[in-house]
Design a protein around this ligand. Structure first.
Ligand code: F0G
Length: 351
């Protein structure tokens, strides 16, 4: 009888809902905070992974989507729309089903992972592939929501950020205090904004005695905040964070500056190395964008910029099953054997 109830019921007094808000939930949140032995060894710190791929649709987006769809339903919306690199649309599509709403999604043509496309399709979303990148999709979605009766559920919708801040609450609730350092990938910059809000709220009322430094990592081919100007044609293997003009740019900079943190870039090579290390050494399969946090931590550690003895949390934002191409590519092909124990044992190196 003590099943996790989803982020709205678990943190109701800290979220903008009333008793009249219809709660649309898939029991998101309550995700594992997993000690990371290899990363701890490499940094001399106590490193944890906040495994957001364990959410119902496989990414952290569900935390914000339960809020956005619940509030849209309360306001009588019959249709929602979002721009997405794939995870927001997967989440919106699933929650819209539960709310009995129509869901429209705008995705950059040819640039979303197959698993994410499959999610939107199987949940019955109306999908438009836009001849442009994510930034173009968001511009289009905003324009449509302004002119037509459809609610925008991107993180420019402030209740999304409210829902996503619960991840910071869970971390403090588990550890007993905020970590020294929190590391996460940055795309449209909603999540770093949300975590910083969550940590600050807990510190403001004394639930935590401190806030962490916030370190955000963009992909080097899609690093507008690091460069200080929008990137017109962002490129990275981490399609989830292939974004050239983040909507929450300023609040990401505030999170960085107020926390004494940093926003830096990691190369696709560093992202894929961290992606493989997480799977091969920690047993955690994430999608490439998620590995940007870990790639950033390792880059900083190798440069001697991570003081030992700290407590560090890295958010890994999405499940590896969404985008398995990178797991298969470059890996040795499985060998084929007959139904024969000796032959199988030989190929396994047991005989
Ligand atoms: N990691 C994953 C797996 C994501 O899907 C995203 C964003 C991010 C990190 C970056 O988070 O945008 O809050 O800075 N995905 C959005 C989407 C853009 O449409 O699914 P952010």
């Amino acid at each position: 009888s003590s099943q996790w109830r989803g982020v709205i019921e678990e943190y109701r007094d800290r979220l903008p809902v009333t008793e009249d808000t219809p709660v649309v939930t898939l029991r998101e949140g309550g995700t594992p905070l997993v000690p990371a032995a290899e990363l701890s060894e490499r940094t001399g710190c106590e490193v944890y992974l906040k495994v957001e791929g364990a959410n119902p649709t496989g990414s952290f987006k569900d935390r914000g989507m339960t809020m956005a769809i619940s509030r849209a339903k309360e306001e009588g919306a019959q249709a929602v729309i979002c721009a997405s690199t794939g995870n927001t649309s997967a989440s919106a599509a699933a929650y819209a089903v539960r709310a009995g709403m129509v869901c429209a999604v705008l995705v950059p043509q040819g640039k979303i992972a197959l698993g994410k496309m499959g999610q939107a399709l199987v949940h019955g979303a109306r999908i438009l592939q836009v001849e442009g990148n994510f930034d173009d999709c968001l511009t289009l979605a905003r324009g449509l929501a302004e002119k037509y009766p459809v609610a925008l559920v991107n993180s420019v919708n402030p209740v999304r950020i409210e829902g996503q801040k619960t991840a910071a609450f869970e971390i403090v609730d588990m550890l007993g205090n905020a970590p020294d350092l929190h590391v996460l990938p940055v795309g449209n910059a909603g999540n770093i904004t949300a975590y910083w809000r969550g940590y600050r709220e807990y510190a403001a009322d004394g639930t935590a005695s401190r806030t962490p430094r916030m370190w955000g990592y963009q992909a080097s081919g899609a690093a507008p905040i690091v460069r200080g100007e929008p990137v017109k044609d962002p490129t990275t293997v981490a399609t989830a964070i292939r974004i050239g003009n983040p909507a929450s740019w300023e609040s990401a900079e505030r999170a960085r500056d107020e926390s004494g943190g940093r926003i830096d870039a990691v190369t696709d090579r560093q992202i894929l190395a961290a992606y493989r290390l997480l799977a091969a050494r920690e047993g955690v399969f994430v999608e490439p964008a998620s590995a940007a946090s870990v790639a950033g931590l390792l880059k900083a550690a190798e440069a001697g910029e991570v003081d030992p003895g700290q407590r560090i949390v890295c958010t890994v934002t999405g499940n590896g099953l969404k985008d398995p191409d990178w797991a298969v590519a470059g890996a040795p092909q499985p060998v084929t054997v007959p139904v024969d124990a000796d032959a199988a044992a030989e190929r396994l190196g047991l005989a």
